[in-house]
Design a protein around this ligand. Structure first.
Ligand SMILES: C[S@@+](CC[C@H](N)C(=O)[O-])C[C@H]1O[C@@H](n2cnc3c(N)ncnc32)[C@H](O)[C@@H]1O
Length: 426
């Protein structure tokens, strides 16, 4: 969980806003690799309008995840006390800001695409109503409640606030969907699969072989001299039940009641539900981070990407922040588009692409005064002896190498350093 500082004054660098009167075009200023992944620096409304002009992208994005500002009326800072982004729009203004952007996202999304919107309790209901209007209430799939931080000693006269929410909508009934499972834990196995098959040692549970509702067909008929209990029917036809029994998959109780054995080794795991307890914010745990204030848990992003896209698909996060969605997509072999308006975000993303994340300790140590470094040279080859925090040993880090950086053609600032080996597009 990141806590914003309630204030209306912004100390960061000016965002790359629209001073263009609609005359704008984004172009790549740096690229490496195949050019299938794009990082945009600018207001997402402009970047998305530009993307909509591109036939290879309009209606082709399979998955959008966004974690926009939450209308907290705060400014968020990095671990090094740099202003990262403002979150000052509230009420009507916030809804209008989201509305015009969600309309563009819908246009960019493929017909079998999905969109996930991460919010907290301030605007979740406003945006739910908006999403029902834009994407259609029938395309609503889930509202996920995520535990964002550990329990805390809450000082207000209310229950501790440890959750936020993710709205999941499909663009149509055909949206790509891969059911997700959590792994079984020993504790859960003991509870759910308490029986051991004598002959094989296979763990299993025993479930009824009937289901509610009467049927006139095969499943409503006599099996082994028994009718299904009143108001119920067999889950399988008598022929199939015979087959299961022959294979030893029916358990007969002492008083002759049949039950079906369901084996642990045939289970994919525990089907994920809409309460997620295992994806706490990284800034709230003793783990590696970029230092960006509202960085989300990358494992959570991987789940979303695996559930709603395939390898080779295009994923977009137009409130990219520290680039969590982009790194997760890259690692899972999806192509991606990231957009952010803040130069601090772009700096953090580029550092993450090249160096990965660091431990909280490394971020703290990093706050010690350092020799003054020319901003534009920070990543250049000449700066070989500047000690950068190295990725933590023993933890696999996915570094991102194949991407292009896009800027609005009207923009002439130098707010973030380009990576080394830069190749300017002509
Ligand atoms: C909550 S943060 C996203 C954090 C991100 N999910 C992560 O894991 O790091 C919201 C981001 O939206 C960006 N943002 C706000 N308004 C924007 C706009 N109009 N266009 C593009 N980005 C914007 C901010 O700069 C900030 O980085």
């Amino acid at each position: 969980m990141a806590t914003g500082i309630p204030k209306a004054k912004w100390n960061g660098e000016l965002p790359a806003g629209d001073s263009t009167n609609g005359q704008f075009k984004f172009h790549p200023i740096w690229q490496q690799g195949t050019n299938s992944n794009r990082l945009y620096f600018g207001d997402n409304i402009l970047a998305m309008k530009d993307l909509l002009k591109d036939k290879s992208i309009k209606g082709k994005i399979r998955l959008i995840y966004i974690d926009p500002p939450y209308a907290t009326n705060s400014v968020f800072q990095t671990r090094k006390q740099q202003d990262a982004y403002t979150d000052l729009l509230t009420g009507d203004e916030y809804v209008a800001f989201m509305r015009e952007r969600l309309l563009l996202m819908k246009e960019l999304l493929a017909d079998d695409g999905s969109i996930y919107i991460h919010l907290d309790n301030k605007m979740i209901f406003h945006i739910k109503v908006l999403m029902d209007e834009i994407f259609g209430a029938t395309n609503f799939r889930s509202m996920i409640t995520r535990k964002k931080c550990k329990s805390k000693n809450f000082t207000k006269n209310s229950f501790g606030n440890i959750s936020d929410y993710i709205l999941f909508y499909a663009k149509s009934a055909n949206a790509v969907w891969h059911k997700q499972y959590d792994q079984w834990t020993d504790e859960k196995i003991l509870k759910e699969y308490p029986f051991v098959e004598e002959e094989t040692g296979r763990l299993h549970k025993r479930v009824p072989i009937h289901a509610p509702g009467t049927r006139n067909g095969e499943t409503g008929k006599l099996w082994r001299g028994m009718m299904p209990p009143e108001g119920k029917h067999w889950q399988f036809t008598p022929t199939k039940l015979e087959e299961l029994d022959r294979k030893g998959e029916i358990y007969w109780s002492k008083n002759g009641n049949p039950r079906r054995k369901v084996y642990l080794d045939e289970s994919n795991g525990i089907a994920m539900q809409d309460i997620w307890l295992n994806y706490l914010d990284v800034n709230n745990q003793n783990t590696q981070t970029t230092g960006y204030p509202t960085e989300k848990n990358i494992e959570m992003l991987k789940r979303i990407i695996l559930a709603s896209s395939n390898k080779g698909d295009l994923v977009m996060d137009c409130f990219a922040g520290s680039g969590t969605t982009l790194v997760a997509s890259d690692e899972l072999h999806r192509n991606w588009i990231g957009i952010d308006i803040g130069s601090e975000s772009i700096k953090v993303i580029l550092n993450r692409f090249q160096n990965g994340t660091q431990t909280l300790d490394e971020h703290t140590n990093d706050e010690k005064p350092k020799p003054e470094v020319n901003k534009t040279d920070l990543f250049s080859e000449q700066e070989k002896d500047i000690k950068r925090p190295s990725p933590v040993k023993n933890v696999a880090q996915h570094l991102v190498k194949d991407y292009a950086i896009f800027l609005n053609s009207n923009y002439s600032g130098t707010e973030f350093p380009l990576p080394v080996h830069s190749k300017l597009n002509t």
